[in-house]
Design a protein around this ligand. Structure first.
Ligand SMILES: Nc1ncnc2c1ncn2[C@@H]1O[C@H](COP(=O)(O)OP(=O)(O)O)[C@@H](O)[C@H]1O
Ligand SMILES: [Mg+2]
Length: 190
């Protein structure tokens, strides 16, 4: 399975994360599925709200923690899932999750861990790290390699050259810093 790191950036405010989200939205087309991984408060919903804005969704975007799914209407139909409270994947079958994942809308999935096997062969993963998870930042940066260099965000970039300054960067971390990584998965490619 091909897993490509498309982008990696640090944002210093919710506004910068939103800027990233709006830019990312320009890349999306119908039937795209995007999974969002990150701890509570890492910025998943903030990012999704901005992607929806980029997709010209007029509705208010809030986390569907209790409703499991919110449906919005933008340039394309948008389905926003939050599986935080799901414990059994069978609950999701009732919801018809596969029909959404393989349908024509754009699916934005918070807490995708439980449905990982159900995600389509081609999907995106946006991984968010809260500042307080970035203590071992240097290690984090060395553990992953940049794949394609198809960047679309305008925020601070960490490229391979800057990896070596990853550790000193820690000293300047603020509570509002977030590390965002964008991966593309394609199980049909090797
Ligand atoms: N750089 C940043 N990016 C995103 N959110 C940030 C950032 N800095 C601070 N925040 C705050 O962190 C919180 C993120 O919340 P939310 O997006 O709901 O996270 P999640 O959905 O991952 O639980 C918000 O209160 C937001 O204002
Ligand atoms: Mg959320």
């Amino acid at each position: 399975m091909a897993k490509i790191l498309l982008d990696r950036l640090i944002t210093h405010s919710p506004e910068q994360t939103a800027e990233f989200g709006k830019n990312f939205a320009l890349r999306l087309s119908p039937s795209d599925v995007i999974a969002f991984k990150g701890s509570l408060g890492s910025g998943k919903t903030t990012c999704i709200r901005a992607i929806c804005e980029g997709l010209q969704v007029a509705e208010i975007v809030t986390s569907p923690t209790f409703t499991l799914i919110n449906e919005y209407h933008g340039r394309f139909p948008v389905y926003h899932f939050d599986f935080y409270r799901i414990h059994d994947v069978r609950e999701l079958e009732d919801l018809g999750v596969l029909e959404y994942f393989y349908g024509d809308g754009i699916c934005l999935v918070e807490w995708p861990e439980l449905v990982e096997e159900l995600l389509p062969p081609h999907h995106f993963l946006i991984r968010l790290y809260h500042a307080n998870e970035m203590a071992d930042f240097g290690k984090l940066l060395h553990d992953t390699d940049i794949g394609s260099s198809d960047h679309w965000s305008n925020n601070t970039k960490i490229n391979n050259e800057e990896k070596s300054v990853g550790v000193p960067e820690i000293k300047r971390l603020s509570p509002n810093d977030r590390l965002i990584e964008v991966y593309e998965y394609d199980r049909t490619r090797h």
